[in-house]
Design a protein around this ligand. Structure first.
Ligand code: PMP
Length: 285
């Protein structure tokens, strides 16, 4: 694989990052994952805007020679021949001379920028979307600024392991009795013709796929309610699903051992997946 590190395209085994990089030592970094379909980027603008916001919220300086990120994404897709897959982008506060909690001087410590591709044929035509996934609920023990897309992913990783141990595919996190989101996705339920998903705030990541799916749903005259819901309400719902850049719209058929609706993917989730894939392919760059 060819990867991108601080202005250079290199074979992955020649890419190097300092052991003093604050991304490595302190999880002082932000990231984005953009999917690729038909060799094109899905919702690149949304991801680029959220990246800017994450950098601003953390007072992270822009890399001096920050190239046009769209060009870098496209070049990596080309160099690695990606038809379907993902591009991972990470920016950290860089590598000061020593380890220190205080942020380094941005004049001398420049951010580290890394991008790599993941080839995933069958991302859109994913057989899992036809049978749906099972989730368990776990306490949300992450920090309180989940709206910033940082690389602190230890608790979500632990959540995935808890799900695996329970024979499930993923976990929905619960705080003060309400579902926040999935370990790496936004969570939804459907009651009748109404799609319900948690309102935006610092408690959840503002999913780029979430924004697009809600827009397409409203354009298709579906009802949308942005509010909190409990696991008990979800277990009684007609349908449930998740969204993310890598899973698009993925039906959820079991929550903590309770079958949702008929225990098979519901019609609204299936339709939203189809609309999302069709519409975002049209808008891909
Ligand atoms: N919530 C969390 C916690 C996530 O990690 C992700 C994916 N990175 C999402 C939601 C979905 O966001 P997006 O649709 O932008 O991929």
């Amino acid at each position: 694989r060819t990867v991108y590190v601080n202005g250079e395209y290199l074979p992955e085994n020649e890419a190097k990052i300092s052991i003093f990089d604050r991304g490595f030592l302190m999880a002082d970094g932000v990231y984005e994952v953009t999917s690729v379909l038909d060799g094109k980027l899905i919702d690149f603008d949304g991801h680029a805007k959220r990246l800017e916001r994450s950098l601003d919220e953390l007072d992270m300086p822009r890399p001096d020679a920050l190239p046009d990120l769209l060009d870098v994404h496209r070049e990596l897709v080309r160099l690695n021949g990606i038809e379907e897959g993902m591009i991972y982008l990470q920016i950290t506060r860089g590598a000061p001379d020593d380890r220190d909690f205080a942020f380094p001087d941005p004049e001398t410590t420049k951010p580290t920028v890394v991008l790599f591709t993941q080839n995933k044929p069958g991302l859109a035509d994913n057989p899992t979307a036809k049978k749906g996934i099972k989730v368990i609920s776990i306490a949300d023990q992450r920090w309180a600024r989940r709206d910033i897309k940082t690389v602190q992913l230890l608790y979500p990783s632990m959540g995935k392991m808890m799900a695996k141990a329970a024979g499930a595919d993923d976990a929905w996190m619960v705080e003060d009795g309400a579902v926040t989101e999935g370990t790496s996705n936004n969570a939804y339920i459907v009651k009748g013709n109404t799609i319900i998903t948690r309102n935006l705030g610092n408690e959840i990541l503002h999913g780029i796929t979430r924004a697009a799916v809600l827009r397409f749903a409203r354009e298709a005259q579906m009802q949308v309610e942005e509010r909190s819901f409990t696991i008990a309400e979800a277990q009684e719902a007609d349908e449930a699903f998740i969204t993310s850049a890598s899973t698009f719209v993925m039906p959820v058929v079991d929550i903590d051992g309770a079958s949702i609706g008929t225990g098979t993917p519901g019609p609204i989730a299936a339709r939203l997946r189809e609309i999302y894939l069709d519409e975002s392919r049209k808008l891909a760059v």
